[in-house]
Design a protein around this ligand. Structure first.
Ligand code: TYD
Ligand code: MG
Length: 454
């Protein structure tokens, strides 16, 4: 056989180079480049080129049937997928090892199996006995899920092609799968990509919903599921802070639904419990009367979520003061510090600043600016904020507040949880009665708020 040229593939991002390098020029990760026998430049052998088939072109208008959905039986999961798994589609569930991916999916497959849908759970990581043991611990042992401990994609497809087509197929995890069609070792980018490709083709052909589990890892030896992300229909990420029991499910990509909804779970001794009212959960450990904390009335997709933002400001002993942020965008913090300095006379240049979003939630909304600023100023002044108030509003570089969307929902949620006041920008539109029991203190510029914090 002719000797193939070696190909070097970054195990993190999938970039291909023709020589080994310590650092991937594409994604910047170190020690991720591995030599692989390339599947890319191999000609498709034995298939003569043929004349193309003629197909009909369609107009822009026409019927768009709704994607056929399969409810997972777990409302928080359905919320994130956009109403359930889509038949013939492939979803990637990513997350750190140990975060609870297998637990979530055994619960989902058990719920589907119990409602009469054929569900197959293929584990490449655990023996059947281990999966059984977990199911038993979760009280799901009686659910008619069909289990296998297999890693050969060809064997899996051959097995699942027999008999009734499964409605749901779980592959846990894609990094453990391998296919005969490529020579690289399991776990390499080429194997992960080819295995995913075969499973995706199978899903489209048989109409099953296929879920691939992907471990996110910094370890360069194992291919990150990043290479699979652009191949699948949806990418969900399961996240959580090590010290918290809360788990947040988020859609990073979704061809069939929204990407801004989150699902909230709590990891308990008997599996993942759905949290239907996240605000209650995120506020359950509130430090009432402590300086440096402000409750942010936020939105996650269509759902309002109240969460505590915690700041700690202290004189720095370092030449360059420390800035540390958990759950929020560090560049937003830098901007806030600059605006507080330039427009409000609040000087944090010689202070270490720590900002934390309670409960392990990650906030992407600019509307959190006002709550973050309130927490910072409150910490600096060592003066607690009124405990019955919530804060929201986007701050511009001039220190002015911009109107935010979903103001009525935010105020209603605050009222429901017993808050009686809100510091918020003027509404873009008139919404006089929306707040209900919550009195709105209109903040039009950041220094107005700073002046109220002694
Ligand atoms: P797991 O679903 O195996 O994580 P992943 O598949 O993402 O690697 O979850 C593992 C962790 O969850 C492990 O630390 C134990 C914990 N756990 C519970 O706390 N309660 C439970 O009921 C189960 C099944 C797991
Ligand atoms: Mg697992």
């Amino acid at each position: 056989a002719a000797r193939r040229n070696p190909t070097f593939i970054c195990q993190n991002c999938g970039a291909v180079t023709n020589r080994w390098q310590g650092k991937c020029e594409s994604c910047g990760e170190w020690n991720t480049i591995v030599e692989e026998t390339s599947a890319l430049d191999r000609p498709v052998s034995g298939r003569p080129s043929r004349k193309g088939r003629v197909f009909a072109l369609e107009p822009l208008t026409g019927e768009t049937p709704n994607a056929p959905r399969l409810s997972s039986g777990i409302a928080e999961l359905d919320r994130v997928t956009g109403g359930g798994f889509v038949r013939g589609s492939v979803l990637l569930l990513g997350g750190d090892p140990g975060i609870g991916k297998s637990t979530l999916l055994i619960q989902a497959s058990a719920a589907l199996a119990r409602s009469g849908h054929r569900s197959v759970y293929v584990s490449g990581e655990e023996a059947v006995a281990q999966v059984r043991l977990r199911a038993e611990r979760l009280g799901l042992a009686s659910a008619p899920v069909e289990l296998a401990s297999e890693t050969s994609v060809e064997d899996i497809i051959a097995t699942l092609s027999e008999g009734q087509v499964p409605k749901l197929i779980i592959i846990d995890s894609i990094q453990t799968m391998w296919t005969d069609t490529v020579e690289s070792a399991p776990g390499t980018v080429t194997q992960v990509r080819s295995s995913a490709q075969a499973l995706i083709r199978f899903a489209k052909r048989c109409g099953a919903a296929v879920i691939l589990v992907g471990h996110v890892t910094k370890d360069g030896q194992i291919a990150g599921p990043r290479v699979v992300e652009h191949m699948v229909d949806a990418v969900l990420s399961f996240e959580g802070e090590g010290s918290h029991q809360f788990r947040i499910l988020r859609a990073l990509k979704n061809r069939f639904g929204p990407t801004d909804e989150i699902g909230v779970f709590e990891m308990t001794g008997i599996g993942l419990r759905e949290v239907a009212n996240p605000s209650e959960l995120f506020l359950s450990e509130r430090n009432l009367g402590a300086p440096g904390t402000a409750v942010f009335a936020g939105m996650e997709g269509t759902r309002p979520v109240l969460v505590e933002m915690q700041a700690l400001v202290a004189p720095s002993s370092l030449g360059t003061p420390r800035r540390a942020v958990v759950g929020w965008d560090p560049s937003r913090l830098s901007m806030l510090i600059a605006v507080l300095d330039a427009h409000c006379g609040v000087r944090l240049g010689q202070h270490d600043v720590y900002l934390n979003v309670a409960g392990g939630l990650r906030i992407n909304e600019p509307a959190a600016d006002l709550a973050a600023a309130a927490a910072l100023v409150s910490s600096l002044a060592e003066s607690p904020l009124p405990s019955e108030a919530v804060y929201f509003g986007e701050i511009s570089l001039s220190g002015a507040l911009r109107p935010v969307s979903h103001r009525p929902s935010r105020l209603r949620e605050a009222g429901k949880l017993g808050f009686s006041a809100a510091f918020a920008p003027e509404s873009a539109r008139a919404d006089p009665d929306s707040g209900g029991t919550v009195r709105v203190n209109v903040v039009s510029a950041l220094h107005d708020l700073v002046a109220t914090i002694a």
